[in-house]
Design a binder for this molecule. Structure first.
Ligand code: TXA
Ligand code: MG
Length: 340
């Protein structure tokens, strides 16, 4: 078993050296923490899958500290790419390009002809990548299937003993993973919604497609990660629409098992908000997105298990699209419904 070190931002020279030696180091980004290994080091990349328990056909994002770095691995750069990079990098937009043949190990691309690239909006991590001198793979640094990590402590909880270290730069500001935009299709296609919204992308690109549909298990999906169980805490999550809170709280009172509440406090004034069964999601969609995964993990940490989590729903537009995409997966698409 490895000793997993916690590195402060002023200790990244050591973390960079570990990466160069083939070790796995988790790093902060503005979305969620990523699990880094040098992207051109195939044995190291394979250990990323093992550490996360991730299915091996699910390709990894290549994390770079500049567009120049990404270009080494891309065979074709469509004209709109420069515009997107100028406007949204560093930031929560992952771009999919045709990959240069043989430039990246198969373990990174999962055998696809394309590869995903992202430059995170986090100075410590961009410095780390620059010091390594090579891109890092960067899947979310959680055990596969669990909510993504938004603090170094979440990473430590899931991966202690399996990775060499984690660079701690505090809580992530955005809290949900990047928007994935496929630039290899005739019309650019959103494969996963994130903080860079459909509306923002259409303002730059004109029409953009989005694949909101869930993919069946037996076909090869475009974003291979979409078909797996995701973000699931131990308790059953039920999504609660705004007008349902009175009924939902009443239902909770009559359960024999424990019920946790994740919501804007002003929606549930009658609920004891000092209780350990309450998690404050804040007053707006930005705060709710930032805290969502922390809340799901919070209820898993209770000594007496929580059987249900009632979680606040939001309209699926703007950032709400990303928030609801994650929340629905964590709930297996289950909404609270009052029995009539
Ligand atoms: O915000 C983020 O993107 C975070 C931080 C750490 O950067 N990373 C992240 O990585 O969410 P991961 O591995 O948890 O999710 C990446 C998704 C997966 O669903 C994967 O299937 C998809 O990107 N993906 C990777 N390469 C792809 C490709 N060539 N074509 C389509 N989808 C791809
Ligand atoms: Mg992930």
């Amino acid at each position: 078993m490895l000793i997993t070190k916690i590195y402060q931002p002023n200790e990244i020279a050591t973390a960079a050296r570990e990466l160069q030696l083939g070790e796995l180091i988790a790093f902060p980004t503005e979305t969620v923490y990523g699990l880094g290994a040098v992207a051109t080091n195939e044995p190291a990349v394979k250990r990323v899958y093992a550490a996360k328990g991730r299915p091996s056909d699910n390709p990894l994002i290549v994390t770079v500290s500049s567009f120049e770095m990404a270009k080494e691995y891309i065979s074709q750069i469509p004209p709109m790419a420069e515009k997107l990079v100028e406007q949204f990098w560093p930031g929560s937009l992952t771009l999919i390009f045709e990959a240069k043949e043989g430039a990246l190990p198969r373990a990174v691309t999962g055998g696809l002809k394309t590869a995903a690239f992202r430059m995170p909006d986090n100075q410590v991590t961009c410095d780390l990548i620059s010091q390594v001198g090579l891109p890092l793979v960067g899947p979310s640094a959680n055990s596969s299937g669990k909510p993504s990590p938004t603090t170094a402590q979440h990473v430590f909880h899931d991966l202690e003993g399996r990775i060499a270290g984690v660079v701690d730069d505090g809580a992530c500001q955005v809290g949900v993973e990047s928007t994935i935009l496929d630039l290899t299709t005739t019309v650019p296609t959103i494969l996963r919604p994130g903080a860079v919204t459909l509306e923002q992308l259409e303002a730059v690109l004109g029409t953009v497609h989005s694949e909101k549909k869930k993919v069946a298990k037996n076909i090869t999906p475009k974003a291979p990660g979409m078909k797996y169980k995701h973000y699931a805490p131990n308790a059953q999550v039920l999504i609660v629409a705004e007008e349902q809170w009175a009924d939902a709280l009443n239902w909770a009172k009559h359960q024999t098992g424990r019920v946790g509440i994740m919501a804007d406090p002003t929606l549930v004034p009658a609920f004891d908000q000092t209780s350990e069964l309450f998690f404050d999601l804040g007053a707006d969609i930005a705060t709710a997105s930032q805290r969502l995964f922390d809340g799901l993990r919070y209820f898993d940490s209770h000594t007496t298990p929580v059987e249900y989590i009632l979680a606040q729903g939001y309209p699926s537009d703007g950032l709400g699209d990303a928030y609801m995409n994650r929340l629905k997966k964590s709930a297996g698409d289950t909404f609270f419904k009052a029995e009539s």
